[in-house]
Structure formats: C-alpha cells, structure tokens
Design a protein around this ligand. Structure first.
Ligand SMILES: C[S@@+](CC[C@H](N)C(=O)[O-])C[C@H]1O[C@@H](n2cnc3c(N)ncnc32)[C@H](O)[C@@H]1O
Length: 349
C-alpha cells in the first residue's frame, strides 16, 4: 500500500539522522494515513486533510486536526511549527498548494519535508522546490522520494502562484472545481449522461450521494423546478466547498459525511442521484460502491427512485437486483450505463 511506502521512506530518513526531535510540533498536510505518523514516534502532530475519515482517525489517536486548509495562517500555533510534512497527492495543483501552505505555517529555519511516490509526481514537486531553496537532503526509496528543505527567512514569490492555482478554479462557464477532487479539470462524461436522463423528472426531496463539486445537484436544480430540497453529501471538504460556490440555491443543504464510516440518518427521499465512487486511492474498492447502493436504498422513500450512472467495468448487476427489484437501463455507452431503479416495481408506484 502506498502509505506504507511513504512510511518506509520516512523511516529511512530517520535512520539517516533526520527528525530526531520527537517533541517538536509537526504539521502534516495531505497524509491519508495519520496512524503512520505515530508509529514513527512523532507525538505533537497536527493533521490537515480534506477527507472526513482521515480527520476522524487522527482525532481518535489524539492528534489535532486542521479543518480548513485556507485558514492555516489564522492558527496561532502555526508560528510554533518546527517541521511540516507534505504528502504529494495525485493532483499537481493540490500538491503545490499544500507546499505553499507549508511555507506559511512553518517557523523560519524550520523544516519542510516533501514525501511521495514517483507516479504521483514527487520528482516534479521536489524539482520546483529546488528552484527556490537548496535542499538539505533528497533520498530515493520505495518507488518514491523524500526531499528535506529549510524554510528560508523570506517567503519566495512563487508561493503566491501556487496558492492561487490551488484554490477553486472555474472549469466551465458555470462551474468551479477544487484541486485534488474528482473531475478536477472537466465535467465527467458519465455525470453528463446522467443529467441528460434525469432532467425534467425530479421533484420533491432529492439527495446527491458523493456530490463532488456539485455538478449533478447544480444541474438538477436548473433542470427540475419541482425540486423542494436537495441534500449534497461528500466526504471531501474541498469538493463540498466548491459545491457551495457552484450552488447558491436556498434549497440546497451540504453535509460533510463519509458514507463508509458514518450512517446516513436521513430518510424518505423521493430521488437519489449519484455517480458512485469506486476507488480508494488508486485501488478499485467494491465495498465502496456497494455501500453507496445500500445507502441509496435506505435513503429512499418506498416509492422513491434511484438515478445512477456507473462504469460498465463494475459488476453492478450482481448487487443491483437484490437491493432494487426493478431497474432499467436508460442509456448505455461504451464506458457507462445510466440506470433508473426503484425499491418497488415501476407500475406499483
Ligand atoms: C465519482 S465522484 C462523483 C462526483 C460528482 N457527483 C460528479 O458526478 O461529478 C464520487 C464522489 O464521491 C465522494 N466519495 C468518495 N468516497 C466517499 C465516502 N466514503 N463518503 C462520501 N463521499 C465519498 C468523492 O469525494 C467524489 O466526490
């Protein structure tokens, strides 16, 4: 697993004499497995990550958490941070934004440590940093690299660009998306197909499971004036923040919730709309989309309807009939299927 490789690299750096002061305050940005940090012996840790489950797990092991990346400068403790670790993410924009935050949060002459996989672009991040700071050390290990830098006395100018690039960005005339979230640079093809199918058919109380930056909900509100309320759920706070930028309707309610770890208590929805996730990190995770299907079923009223798009490589047919006795394919393309499903049969409702 990727995070173990990351831990391996940190162990390697520690054996080489780095990070020997375990009592210092450490900020960790972008690490999806906070548990790794306690196994390395660090104690006074502040975790900054947009995923709800990462925040919960960090709190369970008594780490502090920073909920709002944009708010780092407002935190007083930022001035007391000796070392900041940045885990490289798949999104270059997000990684460089996180590195900019590391510079802002770390004490002058403190350490900034960039850790990540080659396939996620760690070499790019380290190269960009080398243009502005001379590294203390760069080590290669376990398909990745770790770069150790000293926070200079003056903040380099390029940080401003990295910060601005990492903020929510317009990706179409109507919509913003955030760095590091699903369909960061463009509207997803599957989601577009789903919108074509549900437009004009939604009403009442609607829920969008895994809303991302809110495309399905925004289009649902635009194309379905009979919607009374719409609830948008996502586990990623950066995505939800963009969704708030994209949707100003008073009908919308936003919830930061991880459906794998927290039960959705809301019930009796007339419609569920979703393009369910099926990856955790780089790995396909079948439990994840099955959890979304089960959540959709429980959220719907007896006569409610599920509108869903899924990737055709997934074995949806194996689970769908057991949960939804009636379903139909509204559209099939080479890569996607859009379905409409009911808990009860279509002609009973
Ligand atoms: C395939 S994307 C769809 C995004 C958006 N609905 C669209 O159509 O563009 C799935 C979304 O589910 C979210 N997600 C992944 N795991 C989740 C979980 N356990 N609980 C809630 N949301 C989750 C992801 O952050 C992502 O935004």
């Amino acid at each position: 697993m990727d995070y173990l490789l990351g831990a391996n690299r940190l162990m390697h750096a520690r054996k080489n004499g780095f990070f020997s002061n375990f009592s210092e305050k450490i900020l960790v940005i972008g690490c999806p497995e906070p548990e790794v940090l306690s196994t390395l012996g660090f104690k006074d840790i502040v975790v900054c990550h947009p995923e709800k489950s990462v925040n919960k797990r960090a709190q369970e092991i008594k780490f502090q958490t920073l909920l709002d990346k944009d708010g780092i400068r407002k935190f007083n403790f930022a001035k007391s941070i000796e070392t900041t670790f940045v885990w490289v993410t798949k999104s270059r924009r997000e990684t460089m934004f996180n590195i900019a935050l590391a510079f802002l949060a770390t004490k002058k002459k403190g350490s900034i440590i960039v850790n990540g996989e080659k396939r996620d672009g760690v070499e790019y991040a380290i190269k960009e940093l080398q243009k502005i700071v001379t590294p203390i050390a760069i080590m290669s290990k376990s398909h990745g690299k770790i770069g150790i830098f000293q926070r200079p006395l003056m903040l380099p100018r390029i940080l401003h660009t990295w910060k601005v690039n990492g903020k929510s960005k317009k990706i179409s005339p109507r919509y913003f998306s955030a760095a590091g979230v699903f369909s960061e640079t463009t509207i997803d093809e599957g989601s577009r197909l789903l919108v074509e199918q549900f437009s004009g058919f939604l009403n009442g109380n609607v829920i969008d499971l895994g809303t991302g930056w809110g495309y399905l909900s925004a289009e649902a509100i635009r194309g379905n004036p009979k919607i009374d309320f719409i609830t948008l759920i996502d586990s990623n706070l950066s995505a939800l923040k963009s969704a708030k930028l994209n949707i100003s309707s008073k009908k919308a309610n936003f919830l930061w919730l991880d459906l794998q770890y927290e039960k959705l208590k809301l019930r009796n929805f007339d419609h569920v709309i979703m393009n369910a996730p099926f990856h955790v990190g780089r790995e396909v995770n079948h439990n994840l989309w099955v959890t979304f299907l089960v959540t959709a079923k429980n959220a719907l009223s007896k006569e409610g309807t599920l509108w869903m798009v899924f990737n055709r490589e997934l074995p949806y047919k194996k689970h769908l009939p057991a949960l939804f006795p009636t379903y139909e394919f509204l559209k099939q393309t080479k890569n996607y299927s859009v379905i409409r499903a009911k808990r009860t049969s279509f002609n009973q409702s």
